[in-house]
Ligand binder design. Structure first.
Ligand code: UDP
Length: 409
């Protein structure tokens, strides 16, 4: 059954829903065209899937298109992605040309029809070249932690970004020196999605059993694409340090994304590192395993998101929504979500992660307190309804480029 805005009232309250309708009255009947680079896998696809029906219910003609690219293009954009996160990557002139060439092909083929075009991340950023002929508003929505980007890649992208009417970043740390308006909008999770909704305890047990997990012993979980920036090897290292004293099981569950070509290689490294320990469960999940992911997190004792770089990390809010404490890398958007010592722990190394994990495994009351705090933190700040509101506010703000305050009356 389709989810309606009214279904969120029970969670966020009637005022929040009413406010959305008031704002929608000012921006509805517009075509909001989203463009990204993958229909499934990763946080952007996750959010768009959930958000579009709500925008449409509010009267905004929201649509979603995906650019086309071959393996060599996605190899280049993954290197860009890593480099923008500050990782050292060799970027050659040939790679820049691959980016330009695929951009040209998409410029030719893509039907741009939005009144507002919301372009997500660097892969489709070059589509802005159509702005000259199509007089709509263009927004570049960056989901990446660009607080310390590789200069070569950022300087390559900057001329594209500067042509947009505005940029949206996930947090103030990521803001850039740009001649265009910048807005800060944190991502969000959908509490009613299969990934997050309440589940029966019997279903949770069934999923744990399916993956040969013992519900009687602690389960420590990280849900992530197999990506070095998610530091799966660091999670295994932390688990191994703790395992000497605490009996526990580790789950590393992930799937791929069609715009991430590195997954298979990283998965092999992870499998190698886990070999020989029957309590480490590496689960390669197909797309749309949302109910099982939900159950795995609900069946967990502690959740990890030990990223080395992270734009936001939806998995953190997803875990909090299930009242699980999170041990997160002290980077990017994880710092918005994990309040150190309150909703979980921020860590800088496998050793730090191991120390925090041992502490949490020892103290049930602390786990429960942090889980409850995390739940409240997400409820206040990181639910889909707040995100929809922020996007409408950005649309409104773009209509009033010279005003600091927009009066709705
Ligand atoms: N996810 C999933 N299956 C997987 C791995 C991840 O559905 O095998 C989901 C995860 O639950 C989250 C999203 O994909 O909703 C990942 O978003 P996040 O911001 O954590 O990281 P990204 O992949 O965008 O870097």
């Amino acid at each position: 059954m389709a989810i309606r805005l009214g279904d969120y009232e029970e969670i966020v309250g009637g005022d929040v829903i009413q406010e959305l309708h008031v704002l929608a009255d000012r921006v509805k009947n517009r075509r909001l065209q989203n463009i990204n680079s993958t229909p499934v896998g990763g946080g952007v696809a996750e959010i768009l899937t959930r958000m579009l029906p709500l925008l449409r219910e509010l009267g905004i003609e929201a649509s979603w298109d995906v650019i086309k690219g071959d393996q060599s293009f996605f190899n280049v954009t993954k290197a860009f992605h890593n480099a923008l996160h500050g990782k050292k990557e060799e970027i050659t002139d040939e790679m820049l040309e691959v980016f330009r060439e695929t951009t040209r092909a998409n410029l030719r083929d893509m039907n741009i029809r939005g009144d507002v075009v919301l372009v997500h991340d660097p892969q489709p950023a070059g589509l802005i070249e159509r702005k000259r002929e199509i007089g709509c508003q263009w927004i570049w929505r960056c989901h990446i932690d660009v607080s310390a980007p590789d200069a070569r890649v950022w300087e390559f992208l900057r001329p594209y970004v500067e042509q947009y009417d505005a940029a949206i970043f996930s947090m103030p740390d990521f803001a850039q020196q740009l001649p265009i308006a910048q807005y800060m909008v944190a991502p969000s999770i959908d509490p009613l999605a299969d990934k997050n909704k309440e589940l029966s305890p019997s279903y949770v047990t069934q999923v744990l059993e399916k993956y040969q997990l013992d519900p009687e012993r602690p389960i420590v979980t990280q849900i992530s694409r197999f990506d070095r920036l998610k530091d799966p090897l660091g999670v295994i290292a932390a688990y191994k340090m703790v395992k000497r004293r605490h009996d526990c099981q580790l789950v590393l569950a992930g799937g791929g994304a069609s715009d991430d070509p590195e997954g298979e290689e990283v998965l092999r490294e992870v499998q190698q590192e886990a070999a020989g320990d029957r309590d480490i469960h590496i689960l390669l999940l197909p797309p749309f395993s949302d109910l099982e992911i939900n159950a795995l997190v609900r069946g967990s004792t502690v959740v990890f998101q030990k990223s080395i770089k992270e734009g936001f990390g939806l998995t953190v809010s997803e875990a909090f929504w299930k009242r699980k404490p999170v041990i997160g890398g002290a980077v990017g958007g994880i710092k918005l979500q994990v309040i150190n010592g309150v909703t979980g722990f921020l860590v800088h190394s496998p050793e730090g992660a191991a120390r925090r994990l041992a502490r949490l495994l020892d103290d049930r009351a602390l786990r429960e307190r942090m889980g409850d705090n995390g739940y409240q933190h997400v409820k206040q700040n990181f639910l889909l309804t707040r995100h929809v509101k922020d996007y409408m506010l950005v649309m409104l703000a773009l209509d009033h480029p010279d005003d600091d305050i927009v009066h709705l009356g």
